[in-house]
Design a protein around this ligand. Structure first.
Ligand SMILES: Cc1ncc(COP(=O)(O)O)c(C=O)c1O
Length: 497
């Protein structure tokens, strides 16, 4: 058995259906590089002089130690120290030398092993030949998953409002996003069906990219019924679903009027809405998970779950771009998950996050109701980090400069939120006959003490725009508005989150 032994079809579940014909042409045939084919699986007797592999005795890092926050349900006497050393004392993860050395494109064995077990626990995939591969987080995974099915000039279905990082990925690859309507539960199945049935574009629709939980930017979470309907529609039109789900473990349920933080025990009792992966009987969902929102973003690590033959292609893509995420980072995460926390401690950590976000959401929504009454409407999010607000600019709505002016006013008042425009696929919010103005407020980062001042300032900014309805010509002279796009670029963190 290879050290990174893939998931073995242990059950009576069926194999994934073969969607190889939907890959872009040159990926349809799976070809290992001839060099790798010769080098793979060296026998013990073989003297390996094939690769440009440095001698580990030259690696100057001798030991890496880290202190990890332990979870309340673990024995808190445990000090949470982990140590990566050349001689591995504990057999469950790789030695430091192994972590520092070149490896294949699937990821470190112990890292993948934990995530395979965790995926089984969290999603119980319904077909036999699924597996996981290490990733550098979802931004990179989106590019790779899309590139299996779409190339320059092709089309892909996306939600009407979506993650700008995905849109810039598509723009870079010259793949055209085709928006599908959303409501407060995300993609509308009937709209998806109508789009696919009436499609006459220059390339077939092979995939949909969507964010089912705590959607970015709308905060929408698909119910189980909605997920089933979307999956059935994908089956009907033979679509692959790219399930980008970095907020899945930040589900915190319905609004509570209390501002008390829910307990971890309460969160443990609250069930997560099943993922699309968990409904996938065909093997048509490529699920993208990231540690960015549940450990730390610049660890740059995540994992992808899909049928093994798809992961084989993703492995090739990894091996021709990043090889795999940093072994050191995988080693730290793996040690933390395998040895310090174990699955129980990991789940406790996730429940602690959920309790924290639930309290933030409850407070932020209460404050928004208090300070933005009559100025903004929204659906209360049940997951993720975002409140998506439709802003009522009153009589100023018809003024084409209203949104840039609002953003300028917010800046002056000392509060920033992301405008809807960079998330909007296709038409501009303001290009419709009845303009719609949206702001996305992220309630994860700011101190909770700042929630009320932020929303008061937003209220003042909105009021100042409503009170200053200027004729178009005058407004251009008096306010010197800069474009919404330019402001959006200043405002959204790194232009993409
Ligand atoms: C929907 C969505 N996908 C992906 C990402 C980026 O994830 P990662 O840090 O794993 O690249 C974000 C982050 O803002 C996001 O909201």
């Amino acid at each position: 058995m290879s050290p990174n032994a893939p998931n073995v079809a242990a059950s009576s579940q069926p194999q994934a259906i073969d969607l190889t014909h939907m890959f872009i042409p040159h990926l349809r045939k799976h070809q290992k590089s001839p060099f790798k084919a010769v080098m793979g699986n060296p026998t013990l007797e073989m003297i390996n002089m094939a690769g440009g592999v440095p001698n580990p005795s030259t690696f100057p890092l001798l030991q890496i130690q880290a202190k990890v926050r332990t979870s309340p349900s673990l024995n808190s006497e445990q000090d949470g120290m982990l140590s990566l050393e050349h001689t591995q004392l504990n057999g469950s993860t790789e030695s430091l030398n192994e972590l520092l050395q070149y490896n294949d494109g699937r990821g470190m064995a112990s890292y993948c092993r934990f995530l395979r077990q965790f995926t089984q626990t969290a999603h119980s995939p319904k077909y036999a030949d699924w597996d996981v591969i290490a990733s550098c987080g979802n931004t990179d995974s989106i590019a790779k998953a899309v590139s299996l099915f779409c190339q320059q000039g092709d089309h892909i279905i996306v939600e009407k409002y979506t993650f700008p990082g995905a849109l810039s990925n598509l723009e870079f690859a010259k793949i055209k996003p085709v928006p599908v309507s959303m409501d407060n539960e995300g993609v509308v199945p009937e709209a998806l069906d109508a789009l696919c049935s009436g499609w006459s574009g220059s390339s077939p629709l092979r995939a949909i990219y969507l964010i089912p939980t705590g959607q970015n930017p709308t905060g929408a979470t698909m119910s189980l019924e909605r997920r089933k309907a979307i999956y059935a529609t994908a089956q009907k039109h033979n679509l692959v679903i790219i399930e980008d789900d970095p907020y899945y473990f930040l589900q915190y349920g319905p609004m509570q009027d209390s501002t008390d933080k829910p307990s971890v025990a309460d969160m443990r009792k609250q069930l997560l809405v099943p993922s699309l992966l968990s409904l996938d009987t065909d093997g048509r969902v490529i699920r993208l998970d990231s540690f960015s929102k549940i450990l730390a973003p610049n660890l740059r690590c995540g994992w992808i779950t899909a049928p093994q033959y798809m992961l084989d292609r993703l492995q090739i893509l990894n091996e021709s771009t990043i090889l795999q995420p940093s072994g050191l980072t995988q080693g730290v995460i793996s040690r933390m998950l395998n040895d310090v926390w174990g699955i129980k401690g990991w789940i406790d950590h996730l429940c602690t996050l959920r309790a924290d976000y639930a309290a933030r959401r409850n407070l932020f929504v209460q404050m928004a109701r208090e300070h933005l009454a009559g100025m903004a409407t929204f659906t209360v999010p049940t997951a993720g980090m975002f409140l998506w607000m439709k802003i009522d600019l009153g009589a100023a709505s018809a003024d084409s400069t209203a949104m840039p002016r609002l953003l300028e006013a917010m800046k002056k008042c000392g509060v920033m939120m992301a405008p809807g425009m960079p998330f909007n696929v296709g038409t501009d919010d303001t290009a419709t006959s009845v303009p719609e103005y949206y702001l996305r407020a992220a309630f994860a980062l700011a101190d909770t003490d700042m929630f009320a001042p932020a929303l008061k300032r937003l209220g003042q900014a909105i009021a100042s725009i409503r009170d200053s309805v200027l004729p178009d010509k005058q407004s251009a002279v008096h306010t010197k508005p800069i474009s919404t796009t330019a402001l959006a670029a200043q405002i959204t963190v790194n232009g993409s989150n």
